[in-house]
Write a protein that binds this ligand. Sequence first.
Ligand code: HPA
Length: 270
Amino acid sequence: MYKKLENALRYVRSITDFIPRVALVLGSGLGSFAEGDDVVCKIDYADIPDFPTSSVEGHAGRFVFRYVGDVPTVIMQGRVHYYEGYSMQEVVMPIRLMRLMGAEKLFLTNAAGGINPKFSEGALMMIEDHISSLVPSPLVGKNIDELGVRFPDMSCVYDKDLRKLISESAESLGIPLACGVYIQTSGPNYETPAEIMTYEKWGADAVGMSTACEAMAARHMGMRVCGISCISNMAAGKNTAPLTHEDIKAMANKVGADFCRLVGLAVSKM
Ligand code: HPA
């Protein structure tokens, strides 16, 4: 795996010498943040040797290099998911590559189902902590010593100072921002009401099919991590209508304007 990462990095360096400070992952329906005048370069995942590419509609598959304010940022416009059949080690390859490109901070975003009954569709939730116990750890297998230690600490995955910066950014923009715990499931099916009831008792506030594994891989490499979930729907049993991917993308697009303003301001201060 480390050899593959080195090859991928070599390919990226043959295209651009851009050194990002922040890495940003855009979730489903939130991809418009990667458009703009200040884009320096784009690299399709498909062009990178041995790199996983997304098969999900609504997920473009490329790195976009741009400045957010003065902050050099590498953006993942689209991510790959465990449910596509990739191993967890493959799923976190792009995160590891962005660290090797130079990024020190990771900003994760996603569309998620709301579990906390105080939430409603369209809310934004800052991730305070996560539950990843339902999916395999991306760190299973021989440890890659070049990246980090065998038994990394996960007692504070989501960085306190970055969380404060995001809260203050939301407040200054007048954008309501909840906070809570994200739980990752394998997908691709949505959950049953009984599962959602169980996760609520465990302390989860939002559910999705990504993010926690990426945060773990990033902490393994010593990155400072933060994240926001866009509550695109209330989770099963909290919602009267059956869940569809189309509705979820449409809602994420609707919240997109606030989301872009918040992410833009927060990243520009990182
Ligand atoms: N469940 C899991 N993943 C999701 C959901 C959901 O309700 N909404 C968006 N991603």
